[in-house]
Design a protein around this ligand. Sequence first.
Ligand code: 8ID
Ligand code: ZN
Length: 350
Amino acid sequence: TIPEKQWAQVIEKTGGPVEYKEIPVQKPGPDEVLVNIKYSGVCHTDLHALKGDWPLPTKLPLVGGHEGAGVVVARGGLVQDIEVGDHAGVKWINGSCLVCDFCQQSDEPLCPKALLSGYTVDGSFQQYAIAKAAHVARLDKDTPLDAVAPVLCAGITVYKGLKESGASPGQSVAIVGAGGGLGSLAQQYAKAMGLRVIAIDTGDEKKKMCLEQLGASAFVDFATSKNVVKEVQEATQDGLGPHAVILVAVTEKPFQQAAEYVRPRGTVVCIGLPAGAYLRAPVFESVIKMVTIKGSYVGNRRDTTEALGFFRRGLIKAPFKVVGLSELQKVYDLMHEGKIAGRYVLDTSK
Ligand code: 8ID
Ligand code: ZN
């Protein structure tokens, strides 16, 4: 039976605080499902939503979260292809119109009417979340719901970004922000895709994790390196720089540096969304090196299925720590200080 009340983390006003309290459980609309969220990852996007540092307003009051893994407990009258009892994931793209120019081309994240979990609609930092049935991720019943949660945003996003980079097996990729949530999954996907990884981040804990757990071939510490550009290039086998750069940092500087060390003909993929930041690249080098610079934004339903497939086959093992939903503020504090190696996952039962 579905309770009338549930525990949730609620933002009443932009800037916070986030309040752990009981709120009503909503009923799904005709094309929606109600998912009993068991675990939810905490993405840096959730912190941007709390701070309100992007040029896109959130709904208020807001329940954040968009890496929710759980069990379908109710469905609307139009929903046929997912059953009560099935396991499902509530991801960033909560719904899209499915008929616009972008949806027709499976660019659902570009749909002008896309609903965003934990941003424009309530998300997964509650025990019961609603999503459009067409968009919930289908999870096998034997998939561990805690470990899979980070795949639902971080995994899908970096997998898509790596595809957008055009890098092929045997080539090298620099991952900037490698020690964070997206970065740690990016290393695992890159490795599974046959790429050689140069990890860029800071601190001994993240260095150890990247080199010993996640399969990076080299680690460059951006905070202590005397010359990041030179060190990244030297970390590639012929010294000419990585074929691709995946930017998942939350500061502006690396977005203005990547075009300098990327290999001629290489591609810089921007994924991180530091507040108020601008891209900058020297025109001369960008031209004579034929550099591509592009953005990449989450993934479509197909990317979701593919990214989950890598996880199911045991290719994606990234470190995560589980704490109670009630402890979300602590996770935000650590994230704000850049102290999280990997991902935090919330257990909604505590
Ligand atoms: O679809 C998208 N484009 C998408 C999807 C999901 C998340 C974009 N994002 C965005 C988030 O909103 C956020 O801006 O990606 C960014 C990274 O999210 P995250 O991985 O969840 O953040 P994190 O766990 O805090 O990791 C960030 C890492 O960047 C490092 C930090 O040390 C941390 O490990 N970092 C920073 I800050 N500056 C760096 C620098 N100059 C750096 N690493 C290398 N060089
Ligand atoms: Zn996210």
